[in-house]
Design a protein around this ligand. Structure first.
Ligand SMILES: [Zn+2]
Length: 520
Protein backbone atom coordinates (compact mmCIF):
# COMPACT_ATOMS: atom_id res chain seq x y z
CA UNK A 1 0.00 0.00 0.00
CA UNK A 2 1.40 3.32 -1.02
CA UNK A 3 -0.11 4.95 2.05
CA UNK A 4 2.38 3.30 4.36
CA UNK A 5 5.21 4.39 2.18
CA UNK A 6 5.17 8.10 3.00
CA UNK A 7 4.08 7.82 6.62
CA UNK A 8 6.77 5.25 7.30
CA UNK A 9 9.45 6.63 5.08
CA UNK A 10 9.05 10.09 6.54
CA UNK A 11 8.57 9.12 10.14
CA UNK A 12 10.99 11.42 11.97
CA UNK A 13 14.04 9.53 13.20
CA UNK A 14 15.71 12.33 15.15
CA UNK A 15 14.80 15.55 16.91
CA UNK A 16 15.84 17.59 13.89
CA UNK A 17 13.17 16.13 11.63
CA UNK A 18 10.34 16.33 14.16
CA UNK A 19 8.00 19.10 13.03
CA UNK A 20 6.15 21.47 15.31
CA UNK A 21 7.24 20.26 18.77
CA UNK A 22 10.20 22.57 19.26
CA UNK A 23 9.34 23.35 22.89
CA UNK A 24 9.44 19.67 23.89
CA UNK A 25 12.54 18.95 21.82
CA UNK A 26 14.43 21.86 23.41
CA UNK A 27 13.72 20.59 26.94
CA UNK A 28 14.63 17.00 26.11
CA UNK A 29 17.84 18.01 24.31
CA UNK A 30 18.89 20.04 27.30
CA UNK A 31 18.22 17.18 29.73
CA UNK A 32 20.17 14.74 27.54
CA UNK A 33 23.12 17.12 27.16
CA UNK A 34 23.27 17.67 30.92
CA UNK A 35 22.66 13.96 31.52
CA UNK A 36 19.87 14.94 33.88
CA UNK A 37 17.58 12.07 33.13
CA UNK A 38 14.23 11.44 34.73
CA UNK A 39 13.00 7.87 35.11
CA UNK A 40 9.47 8.50 33.80
CA UNK A 41 8.25 10.75 31.00
CA UNK A 42 4.67 11.45 30.06
CA UNK A 43 3.86 12.71 26.57
CA UNK A 44 0.36 14.08 26.19
CA UNK A 45 -1.43 15.34 23.08
CA UNK A 46 -4.13 14.47 20.60
CA UNK A 47 -3.74 11.57 18.21
CA UNK A 48 -1.15 11.70 15.49
CA UNK A 49 0.94 14.53 16.89
CA UNK A 50 4.01 12.31 17.33
CA UNK A 51 3.95 10.94 20.88
CA UNK A 52 5.24 7.45 20.09
CA UNK A 53 7.59 8.82 17.44
CA UNK A 54 9.11 11.05 20.08
CA UNK A 55 9.27 8.09 22.50
CA UNK A 56 11.30 6.11 19.98
CA UNK A 57 13.67 8.98 19.31
CA UNK A 58 14.19 9.35 23.06
CA UNK A 59 14.84 5.60 23.34
CA UNK A 60 17.59 6.00 20.72
CA UNK A 61 19.06 9.01 22.54
CA UNK A 62 19.28 6.89 25.67
CA UNK A 63 20.70 3.79 24.02
CA UNK A 64 22.82 4.94 21.08
CA UNK A 65 26.16 3.19 21.22
CA UNK A 66 27.91 6.55 20.94
CA UNK A 67 26.60 7.38 24.41
CA UNK A 68 23.60 9.20 25.87
CA UNK A 69 23.10 12.01 23.36
CA UNK A 70 20.52 14.33 21.84
CA UNK A 71 22.00 13.37 18.44
CA UNK A 72 21.80 9.57 18.13
CA UNK A 73 24.03 8.32 15.33
CA UNK A 74 21.31 6.41 13.46
CA UNK A 75 23.95 3.91 12.32
CA UNK A 76 24.83 1.73 15.30
CA UNK A 77 22.96 -1.52 15.85
CA UNK A 78 20.92 -0.02 18.72
CA UNK A 79 19.74 2.92 16.55
CA UNK A 80 19.02 0.68 13.57
CA UNK A 81 17.14 -1.90 15.61
CA UNK A 82 15.04 0.73 17.36
CA UNK A 83 14.17 2.25 13.97
CA UNK A 84 13.23 -1.18 12.69
CA UNK A 85 11.11 -1.88 15.78
CA UNK A 86 13.07 -4.93 16.92
CA UNK A 87 15.25 -3.72 19.77
CA UNK A 88 15.00 -6.22 22.62
CA UNK A 89 15.24 -3.64 25.38
CA UNK A 90 12.57 -1.35 23.99
CA UNK A 91 9.11 -2.58 24.94
CA UNK A 92 6.11 -0.92 23.40
CA UNK A 93 2.81 -1.71 25.06
CA UNK A 94 -0.61 -0.51 24.02
CA UNK A 95 -2.50 -0.05 27.27
CA UNK A 96 -5.79 -0.07 25.38
CA UNK A 97 -5.36 -3.80 24.79
CA UNK A 98 -3.34 -4.70 27.92
CA UNK A 99 -5.44 -3.16 30.67
CA UNK A 100 -5.43 -6.11 33.07
CA UNK A 101 -3.45 -6.05 36.24
CA UNK A 102 -1.75 -9.44 35.75
CA UNK A 103 -0.44 -8.33 32.36
CA UNK A 104 0.94 -5.21 34.00
CA UNK A 105 2.49 -7.24 36.85
CA UNK A 106 4.16 -9.57 34.38
CA UNK A 107 5.56 -6.60 32.52
CA UNK A 108 6.83 -5.00 35.71
CA UNK A 109 8.39 -8.26 36.90
CA UNK A 110 10.58 -8.37 33.82
CA UNK A 111 11.45 -4.71 34.41
CA UNK A 112 13.50 -5.77 37.44
CA UNK A 113 16.03 -7.60 35.25
CA UNK A 114 18.89 -5.68 33.75
CA UNK A 115 18.69 -4.88 30.02
CA UNK A 116 19.97 -7.56 27.69
CA UNK A 117 22.37 -5.33 25.77
CA UNK A 118 21.29 -1.77 26.17
CA UNK A 119 22.19 0.93 28.62
CA UNK A 120 18.52 1.37 29.55
CA UNK A 121 15.48 -0.77 29.34
CA UNK A 122 12.77 1.50 27.90
CA UNK A 123 9.07 0.81 28.42
CA UNK A 124 6.77 2.79 26.17
CA UNK A 125 3.15 2.52 27.34
CA UNK A 126 0.78 4.08 24.84
CA UNK A 127 -2.75 5.21 25.78
CA UNK A 128 -1.72 4.71 29.40
CA UNK A 129 -4.98 6.20 30.70
CA UNK A 130 -6.70 2.95 29.67
CA UNK A 131 -5.00 0.94 32.44
CA UNK A 132 -7.24 -0.34 35.22
CA UNK A 133 -6.87 1.09 38.71
CA UNK A 134 -5.11 -2.00 39.98
CA UNK A 135 -2.76 -1.96 36.98
CA UNK A 136 -1.93 1.65 37.82
CA UNK A 137 -1.28 0.66 41.43
CA UNK A 138 1.07 -2.07 40.31
CA UNK A 139 2.92 0.41 38.10
CA UNK A 140 3.07 2.95 40.91
CA UNK A 141 5.18 0.61 43.05
CA UNK A 142 7.80 0.46 40.30
CA UNK A 143 7.60 4.21 39.73
CA UNK A 144 8.22 4.83 43.43
CA UNK A 145 11.41 2.76 43.48
CA UNK A 146 12.52 2.40 39.90
CA UNK A 147 15.56 0.26 39.08
CA UNK A 148 18.46 2.37 37.76
CA UNK A 149 18.30 0.77 34.31
CA UNK A 150 14.61 1.42 33.69
CA UNK A 151 12.97 4.32 31.83
CA UNK A 152 9.23 4.70 31.44
CA UNK A 153 7.80 6.69 28.58
CA UNK A 154 4.05 7.02 28.94
CA UNK A 155 1.84 8.47 26.23
CA UNK A 156 -1.78 9.51 26.42
CA UNK A 157 -4.47 11.48 24.66
CA UNK A 158 -6.31 11.90 27.96
CA UNK A 159 -4.03 12.85 30.87
CA UNK A 160 -6.99 13.69 33.11
CA UNK A 161 -7.71 10.00 33.48
CA UNK A 162 -4.28 9.24 34.92
CA UNK A 163 -4.17 9.03 38.73
CA UNK A 164 -2.42 12.01 40.24
CA UNK A 165 -0.09 9.65 42.15
CA UNK A 166 1.26 8.49 38.78
CA UNK A 167 1.23 11.96 37.22
CA UNK A 168 3.30 13.38 40.05
CA UNK A 169 6.10 10.91 39.34
CA UNK A 170 6.37 11.73 35.65
CA UNK A 171 7.98 14.56 33.78
CA UNK A 172 5.14 15.77 31.62
CA UNK A 173 5.38 17.21 28.10
CA UNK A 174 2.40 18.40 26.16
CA UNK A 175 2.72 17.94 22.42
CA UNK A 176 0.95 20.55 20.36
CA UNK A 177 -1.42 20.05 17.48
CA UNK A 178 0.32 21.00 14.31
CA UNK A 179 -0.85 24.24 12.72
CA UNK A 180 -2.22 23.93 9.20
CA UNK A 181 0.57 26.06 7.78
CA UNK A 182 3.26 23.90 9.41
CA UNK A 183 1.67 20.75 8.01
CA UNK A 184 1.38 22.27 4.52
CA UNK A 185 5.01 23.41 4.62
CA UNK A 186 6.18 19.98 5.70
CA UNK A 187 4.17 18.26 2.97
CA UNK A 188 5.64 20.63 0.38
CA UNK A 189 9.15 19.78 1.51
CA UNK A 190 8.41 16.10 1.35
CA UNK A 191 6.78 16.27 -2.11
CA UNK A 192 9.78 18.13 -3.45
CA UNK A 193 12.11 15.50 -2.05
CA UNK A 194 9.91 12.78 -3.54
CA UNK A 195 9.76 14.67 -6.85
CA UNK A 196 5.96 14.58 -6.92
CA UNK A 197 4.25 17.43 -8.80
CA UNK A 198 1.74 19.40 -6.74
CA UNK A 199 -0.35 22.55 -6.68
CA UNK A 200 0.53 24.55 -3.55
CA UNK A 201 -3.13 25.37 -2.80
CA UNK A 202 -3.89 21.66 -2.38
CA UNK A 203 -1.69 21.33 0.69
CA UNK A 204 -3.57 23.65 3.11
CA UNK A 205 -6.71 21.64 2.25
CA UNK A 206 -4.97 18.49 3.44
CA UNK A 207 -3.59 20.39 6.42
CA UNK A 208 -7.06 21.42 7.45
CA UNK A 209 -8.56 17.96 6.97
CA UNK A 210 -5.77 16.45 9.08
CA UNK A 211 -6.88 18.60 12.04
CA UNK A 212 -3.46 18.94 13.61
CA UNK A 213 -2.30 15.37 13.06
CA UNK A 214 0.82 14.94 10.93
CA UNK A 215 0.17 11.20 10.69
CA UNK A 216 -3.27 11.83 9.18
CA UNK A 217 -1.80 14.46 6.88
CA UNK A 218 0.74 11.99 5.53
CA UNK A 219 -1.80 9.28 4.88
CA UNK A 220 -4.12 11.79 3.21
CA UNK A 221 -1.21 12.91 1.07
CA UNK A 222 -0.57 9.33 0.02
CA UNK A 223 -4.21 8.94 -0.91
CA UNK A 224 -4.10 12.20 -2.85
CA UNK A 225 -1.08 11.00 -4.82
CA UNK A 226 -2.91 7.77 -5.64
CA UNK A 227 -6.10 9.67 -6.46
CA UNK A 228 -4.31 12.10 -8.76
CA UNK A 229 -2.30 9.36 -10.47
CA UNK A 230 1.04 10.61 -9.22
CA UNK A 231 0.40 14.32 -8.78
CA UNK A 232 -1.44 16.38 -6.21
CA UNK A 233 -3.93 18.87 -7.62
CA UNK A 234 -6.41 21.13 -5.84
CA UNK A 235 -9.41 19.65 -7.62
CA UNK A 236 -8.43 16.05 -6.92
CA UNK A 237 -7.83 16.81 -3.26
CA UNK A 238 -11.15 18.60 -3.00
CA UNK A 239 -12.94 15.67 -4.63
CA UNK A 240 -11.15 13.22 -2.40
CA UNK A 241 -11.98 15.12 0.79
CA UNK A 242 -15.50 15.99 -0.30
CA UNK A 243 -14.40 19.54 0.37
CA UNK A 244 -16.21 22.48 -1.11
CA UNK A 245 -14.38 25.03 -3.18
CA UNK A 246 -14.22 27.95 -0.78
CA UNK A 247 -14.61 30.41 -3.61
CA UNK A 248 -18.32 29.44 -3.80
CA UNK A 249 -18.77 30.29 -0.16
CA UNK A 250 -16.75 33.49 -0.35
CA UNK A 251 -18.85 34.60 -3.30
CA UNK A 252 -21.97 33.86 -1.26
CA UNK A 253 -20.74 35.90 1.71
CA UNK A 254 -19.77 38.76 -0.59
CA UNK A 255 -23.18 38.70 -2.27
CA UNK A 256 -24.95 38.54 1.10
CA UNK A 257 -22.90 41.52 2.28
CA UNK A 258 -23.93 43.43 -0.85
CA UNK A 259 -27.59 42.43 -0.41
CA UNK A 260 -27.48 40.80 -3.84
CA UNK A 261 -30.13 38.08 -3.57
CA UNK A 262 -30.05 37.10 -7.25
CA UNK A 263 -26.34 36.27 -7.13
CA UNK A 264 -26.77 34.31 -3.89
CA UNK A 265 -29.46 32.11 -5.42
CA UNK A 266 -27.43 31.76 -8.61
CA UNK A 267 -24.43 30.40 -6.69
CA UNK A 268 -26.64 27.98 -4.73
CA UNK A 269 -28.03 26.68 -8.01
CA UNK A 270 -24.51 26.28 -9.40
CA UNK A 271 -23.59 24.29 -6.31
CA UNK A 272 -26.65 22.09 -6.70
CA UNK A 273 -25.71 21.38 -10.31
CA UNK A 274 -22.35 20.15 -9.05
CA UNK A 275 -24.04 17.97 -6.38
CA UNK A 276 -22.08 19.57 -3.56
CA UNK A 277 -23.06 18.72 0.00
CA UNK A 278 -25.05 21.58 1.48
CA UNK A 279 -24.40 20.32 4.98
CA UNK A 280 -20.66 20.60 4.41
CA UNK A 281 -21.25 23.97 2.75
CA UNK A 282 -23.01 25.34 5.83
CA UNK A 283 -20.32 23.92 8.13
CA UNK A 284 -17.63 25.56 5.98
CA UNK A 285 -19.61 28.80 5.86
CA UNK A 286 -19.56 28.70 9.67
CA UNK A 287 -15.79 28.30 9.75
CA UNK A 288 -15.34 31.14 7.23
CA UNK A 289 -17.49 33.38 9.43
CA UNK A 290 -15.47 32.31 12.45
CA UNK A 291 -12.29 33.34 10.67
CA UNK A 292 -13.84 36.68 9.74
CA UNK A 293 -14.91 37.21 13.36
CA UNK A 294 -11.40 36.37 14.55
CA UNK A 295 -9.90 38.77 12.03
CA UNK A 296 -12.17 41.51 13.39
CA UNK A 297 -11.07 40.79 16.94
CA UNK A 298 -7.40 39.89 16.68
CA UNK A 299 -5.09 41.57 14.19
CA UNK A 300 -3.28 39.05 12.00
CA UNK A 301 -5.62 36.18 12.93
CA UNK A 302 -5.87 35.04 9.31
CA UNK A 303 -2.82 33.05 8.26
CA UNK A 304 -0.58 34.91 5.83
CA UNK A 305 -0.39 32.04 3.37
CA UNK A 306 -4.13 31.36 3.16
CA UNK A 307 -5.14 31.58 -0.51
CA UNK A 308 -8.44 33.28 0.34
CA UNK A 309 -6.85 35.65 2.84
CA UNK A 310 -7.38 38.87 0.90
CA UNK A 311 -11.08 38.26 0.41
CA UNK A 312 -11.56 37.30 4.06
CA UNK A 313 -9.83 40.47 5.19
CA UNK A 314 -12.05 42.50 2.86
CA UNK A 315 -15.17 40.83 4.29
CA UNK A 316 -13.94 41.46 7.83
CA UNK A 317 -13.69 45.13 6.95
CA UNK A 318 -17.10 45.30 5.22
CA UNK A 319 -19.28 43.40 7.66
CA UNK A 320 -19.98 44.67 11.14
CA UNK A 321 -19.17 42.21 13.95
CA UNK A 322 -22.82 41.75 14.98
CA UNK A 323 -23.74 40.73 11.45
CA UNK A 324 -20.93 38.17 11.41
CA UNK A 325 -22.17 36.78 14.73
CA UNK A 326 -25.73 36.59 13.47
CA UNK A 327 -24.78 34.99 10.15
CA UNK A 328 -22.72 32.43 12.05
CA UNK A 329 -25.77 31.57 14.16
CA UNK A 330 -27.93 31.38 11.06
CA UNK A 331 -25.43 29.03 9.37
CA UNK A 332 -25.36 26.71 12.40
CA UNK A 333 -29.13 26.79 12.77
CA UNK A 334 -29.40 26.14 9.03
CA UNK A 335 -27.46 22.90 9.44
CA UNK A 336 -29.93 21.73 12.09
CA UNK A 337 -32.85 22.70 9.89
CA UNK A 338 -31.46 20.89 6.87
CA UNK A 339 -32.89 17.51 7.91
CA UNK A 340 -36.36 18.99 8.31
CA UNK A 341 -36.27 21.01 5.09
CA UNK A 342 -38.21 19.76 2.06
CA UNK A 343 -34.82 18.99 0.52
CA UNK A 344 -31.20 20.03 1.14
CA UNK A 345 -31.24 22.67 -1.56
CA UNK A 346 -34.37 24.29 -0.12
CA UNK A 347 -32.84 24.25 3.37
CA UNK A 348 -29.64 25.82 2.09
CA UNK A 349 -31.37 28.55 0.08
CA UNK A 350 -33.68 29.35 3.00
CA UNK A 351 -30.66 29.75 5.27
CA UNK A 352 -29.04 32.16 2.81
CA UNK A 353 -32.28 34.11 2.46
CA UNK A 354 -32.38 34.39 6.24
CA UNK A 355 -28.90 35.89 6.18
CA UNK A 356 -30.12 38.41 3.60
CA UNK A 357 -33.31 39.27 5.45
CA UNK A 358 -32.02 39.69 8.97
CA UNK A 359 -29.42 41.84 10.49
CA UNK A 360 -28.83 42.61 14.12
CA UNK A 361 -29.58 45.83 15.86
CA UNK A 362 -28.79 46.55 19.49
CA UNK A 363 -28.14 42.89 20.19
CA UNK A 364 -31.54 41.79 18.98
CA UNK A 365 -32.77 40.39 15.74
CA UNK A 366 -34.87 42.54 13.49
CA UNK A 367 -35.85 42.14 9.92
CA UNK A 368 -33.85 43.97 7.32
CA UNK A 369 -36.97 45.92 6.60
CA UNK A 370 -36.98 47.65 9.95
CA UNK A 371 -33.31 48.46 9.77
CA UNK A 372 -33.77 49.96 6.36
CA UNK A 373 -35.77 52.74 7.95
CA UNK A 374 -33.73 52.96 11.13
CA UNK A 375 -30.25 52.92 9.63
CA UNK A 376 -30.52 53.61 5.92
CA UNK A 377 -26.83 54.37 5.48
CA UNK A 378 -25.64 51.05 6.83
CA UNK A 379 -28.29 48.76 5.48
CA UNK A 380 -27.10 47.69 2.07
CA UNK A 381 -28.43 44.17 2.44
CA UNK A 382 -32.00 44.80 3.52
CA UNK A 383 -34.23 42.65 1.39
CA UNK A 384 -36.90 44.64 -0.29
CA UNK A 385 -40.11 42.81 0.44
CA UNK A 386 -43.33 44.09 -1.06
CA UNK A 387 -45.55 45.67 0.04
CA UNK A 388 -43.21 48.43 1.12
CA UNK A 389 -42.32 48.93 4.76
CA UNK A 390 -45.30 48.74 7.07
CA UNK A 391 -45.33 47.49 10.65
CA UNK A 392 -47.70 44.65 9.69
CA UNK A 393 -44.87 43.01 7.73
CA UNK A 394 -43.12 42.46 10.85
CA UNK A 395 -44.58 39.28 12.30
CA UNK A 396 -45.89 40.35 15.72
CA UNK A 397 -47.74 37.05 16.19
CA UNK A 398 -44.52 35.15 15.58
CA UNK A 399 -42.71 37.27 18.14
CA UNK A 400 -45.50 36.83 20.71
CA UNK A 401 -45.48 33.06 20.27
CA UNK A 402 -41.82 33.08 21.35
CA UNK A 403 -42.33 35.20 24.47
CA UNK A 404 -42.39 33.76 27.95
CA UNK A 405 -45.52 35.57 29.03
CA UNK A 406 -48.71 34.39 30.74
CA UNK A 407 -52.04 35.64 32.06
CA UNK A 408 -53.31 39.11 31.36
CA UNK A 409 -50.01 40.24 29.84
CA UNK A 410 -50.34 37.40 27.33
CA UNK A 411 -53.91 38.47 26.57
CA UNK A 412 -52.61 41.99 26.00
CA UNK A 413 -50.05 40.68 23.50
CA UNK A 414 -52.61 38.47 21.74
CA UNK A 415 -55.27 41.16 21.44
CA UNK A 416 -52.94 43.99 20.49
CA UNK A 417 -52.05 45.10 16.98
CA UNK A 418 -48.62 46.45 16.19
CA UNK A 419 -49.14 50.04 15.11
CA UNK A 420 -45.52 51.19 14.89
CA UNK A 421 -42.16 49.74 15.57
CA UNK A 422 -38.76 51.34 15.44
CA UNK A 423 -35.98 49.09 16.67
CA UNK A 424 -36.95 48.20 20.22
CA UNK A 425 -39.72 50.80 20.47
CA UNK A 426 -43.16 49.20 20.12
CA UNK A 427 -46.51 50.97 19.84
CA UNK A 428 -49.52 48.70 20.26
CA UNK A 429 -53.22 49.30 19.94
CA UNK A 430 -55.92 47.21 21.65
CA UNK A 431 -59.63 47.28 20.77
CA UNK A 432 -61.66 49.70 22.89
CA UNK A 433 -63.72 46.76 24.16
CA UNK A 434 -60.54 45.39 25.71
CA UNK A 435 -59.20 48.70 26.96
CA UNK A 436 -58.63 47.17 30.39
CA UNK A 437 -55.68 45.24 28.91
CA UNK A 438 -53.76 48.52 28.57
CA UNK A 439 -53.33 48.64 32.35
CA UNK A 440 -49.79 49.54 33.36
CA UNK A 441 -48.98 46.37 35.31
CA UNK A 442 -49.83 44.23 32.26
CA UNK A 443 -47.76 46.51 30.03
CA UNK A 444 -44.81 46.15 32.41
CA UNK A 445 -45.01 42.37 32.32
CA UNK A 446 -45.14 42.32 28.52
CA UNK A 447 -42.23 44.77 28.32
CA UNK A 448 -40.19 42.49 30.61
CA UNK A 449 -40.95 39.49 28.39
CA UNK A 450 -39.93 41.45 25.28
CA UNK A 451 -36.67 42.45 26.94
CA UNK A 452 -36.02 38.90 27.96
CA UNK A 453 -36.31 37.91 24.32
CA UNK A 454 -34.82 40.94 22.54
CA UNK A 455 -32.45 42.38 25.11
CA UNK A 456 -32.74 45.45 27.32
CA UNK A 457 -33.96 48.81 26.10
CA UNK A 458 -37.50 47.95 24.96
CA UNK A 459 -40.06 50.74 25.15
CA UNK A 460 -43.73 49.92 24.97
CA UNK A 461 -46.74 52.16 24.43
CA UNK A 462 -50.28 50.77 24.44
CA UNK A 463 -53.43 52.69 23.50
CA UNK A 464 -57.08 51.61 23.24
CA UNK A 465 -58.46 52.68 19.85
CA UNK A 466 -60.01 51.50 16.59
CA UNK A 467 -58.32 48.33 15.37
CA UNK A 468 -57.99 46.67 11.98
CA UNK A 469 -58.92 43.24 13.26
CA UNK A 470 -55.60 41.57 12.63
CA UNK A 471 -54.47 40.92 16.18
CA UNK A 472 -53.35 37.43 17.02
CA UNK A 473 -56.58 36.82 18.97
CA UNK A 474 -58.72 38.14 16.11
CA UNK A 475 -56.91 35.95 13.57
CA UNK A 476 -57.32 32.95 15.85
CA UNK A 477 -61.04 33.70 16.21
CA UNK A 478 -61.42 33.90 12.43
CA UNK A 479 -59.57 30.62 12.05
CA UNK A 480 -61.74 29.04 14.77
CA UNK A 481 -64.96 30.21 13.09
CA UNK A 482 -63.73 28.93 9.75
CA UNK A 483 -62.97 25.51 11.16
CA UNK A 484 -66.27 25.40 13.01
CA UNK A 485 -68.07 26.16 9.78
CA UNK A 486 -66.13 23.43 8.00
CA UNK A 487 -66.95 20.97 10.77
CA UNK A 488 -70.65 21.91 10.64
CA UNK A 489 -70.71 21.41 6.87
CA UNK A 490 -69.06 18.01 7.14
CA UNK A 491 -71.54 16.89 9.85
CA UNK A 492 -74.46 18.04 7.71
CA UNK A 493 -73.10 16.18 4.70
CA UNK A 494 -72.66 12.94 6.65
CA UNK A 495 -75.04 10.24 5.29
CA UNK A 496 -75.73 8.76 8.73
CA UNK A 497 -76.63 12.20 10.15
CA UNK A 498 -78.84 12.87 7.11
CA UNK A 499 -80.65 9.55 7.69
CA UNK A 500 -81.19 10.41 11.36
CA UNK A 501 -82.65 13.79 10.39
CA UNK A 502 -84.90 12.36 7.69
CA UNK A 503 -86.02 9.11 9.30
CA UNK A 504 -86.02 10.00 12.99
CA UNK A 505 -86.78 13.68 12.63
CA UNK A 506 -83.56 14.50 14.47
CA UNK A 507 -82.10 18.01 14.74
CA UNK A 508 -78.42 19.00 14.55
CA UNK A 509 -77.53 21.56 17.21
CA UNK A 510 -74.75 23.51 15.50
CA UNK A 511 -73.34 24.99 18.71
CA UNK A 512 -72.43 21.51 19.98
CA UNK A 513 -70.23 20.74 16.96
CA UNK A 514 -66.54 20.95 17.79
CA UNK A 515 -63.77 20.97 15.25
CA UNK A 516 -61.05 18.44 16.06
CA UNK A 517 -57.70 20.08 16.79
CA UNK A 518 -55.72 20.55 13.61
CA UNK A 519 -52.82 18.16 13.20
CA UNK A 520 -49.66 20.12 12.94
ZN1 LIG B 1 23.44 5.06 17.48
Amino acid sequence: MSYQVLARKWRPRDFGSLVGQEHVVRALRHALEQNRLHHAYLFTGTRGVGKTTLARILAKCLNCETGVTPEPCGKCSSCLEIDAGRFVDLLEVDAATNTRVDEMRQLLDTAQYAPTRARYKVYVIDEVHMLSTSAFNAMLKTLEEPPEHLKFILATTDPQRIPVTVLSRCLQFNLKQMPRAAIAAHLAKLLEAEKVAYEPDALPLIGRAAAGSMRDALSLLDQAIAHGAGKVSVNDVRDMLGAIDETYLLRILEAVAAGDGATVIGIATEMQARSLSFDTALADLGSLLLRIALAQTVAGAIEEDLPERERLVALAATLDPETVQLDYQIALQGRDDLVRAPDEYAGFVMTLLRMLAFRPEGGSVTSGLEVASARPATAPRSMRVSPAASPAAFDWADLVSKLQVTGAARELARNAELMRREGSAFELVVPKSKGYLAEKSYQDKLKAALEQHLGAGVTLKVVAAETRGNSMAAMEAIERDKRHAEATRSVQKDRFVQDLVEICDAKVIDSTIQATPRQS
